[in-house]
Design a protein around this ligand. Structure first.
Ligand code: ZN
Length: 95
């Protein structure tokens, strides 16, 4: 989802993330409540694929379509096999 910059009549700058399909070019300023118009600026293409951009994309997709799990991660058949053969390790406390 792209990030848009807005400036109100009192020159307050703020940013909003909204879908591309949202053709609305105005918003309400969070500081003074007056109408704010969208600024035209160059896209931040340098951030594509960055860890921050991936985190934002993952958070958005998780909010819209969260992954449903039926068991606690790390348990069940996908748990890794034992890597030690020392019988004393069996008596160690488990998480
Ligand atoms: Zn304002």
């Amino acid at each position: 989802m792209p990030l848009y910059e807005f400036r109100c009549e009192n020159s307050h700058l703020h940013e909003l993330m909204m879908p591309l399909a949202a053709a609305d070019r105005s918003a309400v300023c969070p500081e003074c409540g007056s109408a704010a118009s969208r600024l035209i600026s160059s896209p931040a293409l340098g951030h594509l694929g960055s860890p921050r951009a991936r985190l934002i994309d993952r958070a958005e997709s998780s909010a819209q379509a969260p992954t449903v799990v039926d068991q606690v991660p790390g348990t069940g058949p996908s748990r890794p096999a034992h890597t030690t053969h020392d019988p004393r390790h069996v008596r160690l406390p488990r998480p």
